[in-house]
Design a binder for this molecule. Structure first.
Ligand code: FAD
Ligand code: SIN
Length: 547
């Protein structure tokens, strides 16, 4: 006999709800408190506050200091973006580099300095000069620690750790028939009590990060399930550029350590890639000029091809030619982590595999974070501003997070100063759900199946036939998952699975539509680039989601 429970929780009212405590969400909250001190903010995070893509960022944050370098940084970003960047967004965001570094320093981020107390800058692939600011190889953790410390001083902010946003609450605005709905709040699951609360607010900011968990190998932590994009899309907002999932070339390949990135900065400091079969360097066959410092898509594809040719699941990264003391100082966390499983990077080769790293597409916004829906904003990795185009330049996303987080704070003041009129009675979560343990265990099987299939059919190299097969698999799985969602008790795992299957579908549909190869999207059957192509845009009415 299955037990029936009601998950209905409390109703809470805020001025602003920020979903996500990565760099974008935290910068937004801090800036808003500066502009509008009495704003009552709810900041929500799945799991612990620090658990985010931001926390694991290693390489650093890209920022040009001089006006000449701003121009070069813009050119590098446009070149990586492969014809699909929005120049307006690139200029607006890149030109804030120097100010953003100063802002982070003011918040307490201890960027590395040399013996003369000058800020140090590192090199990464695709950058024409050294302009990456870092804190050892744990830049993200240092940023999160500093920003969180600042935020905790403000009593106006209520932190909801271990709370998962389930869905946006919307209403139709009567005097705007046929227009996009207005967002008035969010249903939020408490991971501990399993109650679903109704959070109402004047505005909602999605800062929910990426969706790396849609693929088998990913550098992202478990929170990265595309929830913000899925919620916005279901509510009617357009999404864009989702075919451009960026694969990082070098995730550590080891049975005991998952999702551990080996920073691009190693290649920036001269690391080589070697074939697992012959031990010989292979990048001259794929990018004879830039070799290991070619853009990520080129390097990831080269590694993928080498793996396919071999009997191994990995290739080797080799930095044995650098001094041990240099490696220990420059990459302390990577050095220690590898050593914990018996790999001394000053003597041993490092097995690596390409992995889903950055969601190039997202909720369509301008560079202020404005979405199609009124009172809904999206920032950071969840947004598609057009900064990255078809391929993100390394270390540009932390910069985007700071700039957009601060920008959106100014913009959403408008919504906060305009009273919200509820046009209908808001309903609290009203299901009497059934606890079904068998369904809970079956969710794991869907996760494993979907991630493996996405890697095989919609990963680094794609074909029309493979993508169409994948769409059929997704549709079959989606039907079962929707059924679980509507009939059984809602858990974080189920919410994430429901979101990730939608993200998978959006990636595959976008990839089918793009019959060319560009940036992070490579079609073996359409290897050429076509002139005048734009970023793909999907909206919910365009296809029948129950197809
Ligand atoms: P995140 O930092 O991912 O934060 C997302 C937040 O949303 C989390 O708090 C999460 O709990 C919350 N959330 C998600 N869904 C829900 C929900 N349903 N309900 C409640 N909360 C939710 N970029 C660089 O520029 N430089 C680098 O060196 C670099 N290195 C990287 C290394 C790694 C290993 C990874 C994974 C990424 C790296 N990136 C780097 C990319 C960069 O870190 C991210 O793009 C950026 O930090 C994203 O910030 P964000 O604030 O948008 O999202
Ligand atoms: C890295 O350190 O290799 C990641 C940098 C990035 O993703 O921008």
């Amino acid at each position: 006999m299955h037990k029936t429970i009601s998950q209905c929780g409390e109703r809470l009212q805020f001025d602003l709800i920020i979903i996500g405590s990565g760099i974008a969400g935290l910068c937004c909250a801090l800036e808003l408190l500066k502009l509008r001190a009495n704003t009552k903010i709810a900041l929500i995070s799945k799991g612990k506050l620090s658990e985010s893509n931001t926390y694991y960022a290693q390489g650093g944050i890209a920022a040009a200091q001089s006006s000449e370098d701003v121009n070069r940084h813009i050119a590098d970003t446009l070149s990586a973006g492969d014809g699909l960047c929005k120049e307006e967004a690139v200029t607006a965001i890149v030109s804030q580099g120097s100010l953003s570094i100063q802002y982070l320093i003011d918040q307490g981020v201890p960027f590395d300095r040399d013996a003369h107390h000058q800020l140090m800058q590192a090199q990464e692939a695709g950058h024409s000069t050294r302009r990456i600011y870092h804190v050892g190889d744990q830049t993200g953790a240092a940023i999160i620690e500093a920003l969180t410390k600042q935020l905790k001083q403000f009593s106006q902010v209520t932190l909801f750790e271990e709370h998962t946003a389930v869905n946006l609450i919307t209403q139709i605005v009567p005097h705007q028939p046929g227009k996009f709905p207005e967002v008035v709040g969010v249903y939020v699951l408490s991971e501990k009590t399993e109650r679903i609360h109704t959070f109402l607010s004047q505005a909602v900011v999605l800062a929910t990060g990426g969706a790396g968990k849609v693929y088998r190998y990913t550098s992202n932590p478990n929170i990265a399930t595309g929830d913000g994009v899925a919620m916005a899309y279901r509510a009617g907002a357009r999404v864009s550029g989702l075919e451009f999932y960026q694969f990082h070339p070098t995730l550590f390949y080891h049975p005991k350590i998952n999702n551990f990135l080996i920073s691009e900065a190693l290649r920036g400091e001269g690391a080589y890639l070697r074939s697992p079969t012959s031990g010989v360097r292979f990048m001259q066959h794929y990018a004879p000029q830039k070799m290991e410092l070619a853009t990520r898509d080129v390097v990831a594809r080269a590694i993928f091809c080498e793996i396919e040719k071999s009997i191994y699941n990995y290739v080797f990264l080799d930095i044995r030619h650098k001094e041990k003391t240099f490696l220990q100082q420059r990459f302390p966390m990577i050095y220690r982590t590898l050593l914990s499983v018996g790999i001394d990077m000053s003597r041993d080769l490092i097995p690596v595999v390409p992995a889903a790293h950055y969601m190039g597409g997202g909720v369509l916004t301008d560079f202020y974070g404005t979405t199609d829906l009124s009172r809904l904003y999206a920032i950071g990795e969840t947004a598609f501003t057009g900064l990255h185009g078809a391929n993100r330049l390394a270390s540009n996303s932390l910069l985007e997070g700071v700039v957009m987080g601060r920008h959106v704070a100014k913009i959403c003041c408008g919504a906060l100063n305009t009273p919200l009129v509820l046009t209908q009675g808001m309903r609290d979560w009203d299901s009497a759900s059934v606890v079904d343990l068998r369904r809970a265990s079956q969710i794991n099987v869907h996760w494993r199946g979907l991630r493996g299939e996405m890697s095989a059919y919609a990963g680094i190299i794609r074909t029309e036939a493979g993508l169409r097969d994948q769409l059929k698999l997704i549709i079959a799985r989606r039907e079962m998952i929707e059924d679980y969602y509507w009939r059984y008790t809602i858990t974080r795992d189920l919410i994430e699975l429901r979101n990730i299957i939608l993200i998978a579908e959006l990636i595959v549909r976008s990839a089918i539509n793009r019959r060319e190869s560009r940036g992070g999207h490579y079609r073996e059957d359409f290897a050429e680039k076509i002139q005048n192509m734009q970023a793909s845009i999907l909206k919910i009415s365009e296809f029948n989601t129950t197809e």
